[in-house]
Design a protein around this ligand. Structure first.
Ligand code: PLP
Length: 373
């Protein structure tokens, strides 16, 4: 049976060049970058070269890149320190953020008594900028946290506009760019953004490593204590092989961005055409979405919702649904619950997310499996 992986918003296959680079480091360059002897100095060179390479891809300076264990950690760190150390009294965010932001904001509200406001969303998943301006007009030390690309429906925030409005009101801007780094060009200098976060396994790098961009002199303080690594901002011996793998993956992602994004966009277009033929009443969730994510409500009976992914899995197709299945019950995803009406949200939704490793044949296998439901 042909196995088809169409769940690239969840995680991606590591590029073979990245694996080779990481294996070399695991077997040859095992020094601790904090050691002062030759082994340590070699590891330090690898670490700093990776930092420079990553900084270059997003037009940051090397000291503004801080390595973390994942995107979740980076989001937690920035939000927490903004409240604890930068005097942030209010976080403005949206109800369709990843839980790494939503749950963190909730915990900070309980722990520090901060205010958490949610900007209004339009039914196409876009942020209502008029409401953002309205919220920002209240005079409070504020951090705005809005994701660049939504991981479930792929909607894209106009980052430039969001940062500009936020700064007009002297607030700070953080973006969860986990789904967009390596997939869209990002220029932090031009954006003037304060913080962003990234995770290597979303752009064909290894799991368990990410980074935060923290604008120079932002004043962010550490989440962990016990070491001087990362200029004291993130204690703990750096995972050199992971970090070098991440830098290589990002370099390759941007090197091939133009042709790979065009190819992936053509696959998405093909999938939409196929779905429209077999399921003419299907509805695409979100408008103006990134070229790699397609989220649809399928015109199937509600009772098919719980078995949809299982059925596709049995046919060798890995996709995900815009809803999480907990203990046998089907709970609508918090993202779809925000943008769909109460009837639509009960219907089976599917998130198909592509990478350059996919082919049209993969889409054909998905369609065959869907037709047999
Ligand atoms: N933010 C978004 C938008 C994501 O899609 C994910 C991963 O699913 C995360 C954060 C968490 O990243 P990580 O898996 O590196 O913790």
């Amino acid at each position: 049976m042909k196995k088809v992986y169409l769940d690239n918003a969840s995680t991606t296959q590591i590029r073979s060049e990245v694996v080779s680079e990481m294996i070399k480091i695991l077997s040859e360059d095992f020094g601790n970058p904090s050691s002062t002897h030759g082994y340590g100095r070699s590891a330090k060179v690898l670490l700093e070269t990776a930092r420079k390479s990553i900084a270059k891809q997003i037009n940051a300076t090397a000291p503004e890149i801080i390595f973390t264990s994942c995107g979740t950690e980076a989001n937690n760190w920035i939000l927490r320190s903004a409240v604890k150390d930068l005097g942030v009294e209010r976080i403005i965010t949206s109800k369709i953020e990843h839980h790494a932001v939503l749950h963190t904001a909730e915990v900070l509200k309980q722990e520090f008594g901060i205010q958490v406001d949610f900007v209004t969303l339009k039914s196409n998943g876009e942020i209502d900028f008029t409401d953002l301006v309205e919220l920002l007009s209240q005079n409070k030390r504020t951090l705005v946290s809005l994701m660049h690309v939504n991981n479930e429906i792929g909607t894209i925030l106009n980052l430039e506009k969001a940062v500009r409005i936020t700064h007009d009101y002297n607030a700070l801007f953080h973006s969860d760019t986990v789904q967009s780094i390596g997939k869209t060009e990002i220029n932090v200098q031009e954006l003037g953004i304060d913080f962003l976060v990234s995770s290597a396994h979303k752009f064909h790098g290894p799991k368990g490593v990410g980074f935060a961009y923290v604008k120079k002199n932002a004043g962010i303080q550490p989440l962990f204590f016990g070491g001087e690594q990362e200029k004291g901002l993130r204690a703990g011996t750096e995972a050199v092989h992971q970090i070098v793998g991440m830098a290589k993956a990002l370099e390759l992602a941007y090197q091939h961005l133009k042709e790979e994004s065009a190819y992936i966009a053509s696959l998405k277009k093909y999938a939409i055409e196929c779905l429209e033929i077999d399921f003419p009443q299907m509805k695409i969730n979100g408008e103006e979405t990134l070229y790699n994510i397609l989220n649809v409500v399928l015109p199937l009976p509600e009772d098919k919702t719980s078995m949809l992914l299982f059925h596709l899995d049995m046919k060798g197709v890995a996709v995900s649904r815009g809803s999480a299945c907990q203990s046998g019950s089907v709970k609508p995803s918090h993202v779809l619950a925000e943008i769909l009406d109460s009837e639509e949200v009960k219907k089976p939704s599917l998130r198909v997310s592509f990478s350059h490793y996919n082919t049209k044949e993969d889409v054909d296998v998905l369609m065959d499996a869907l037709r047999s439901i």
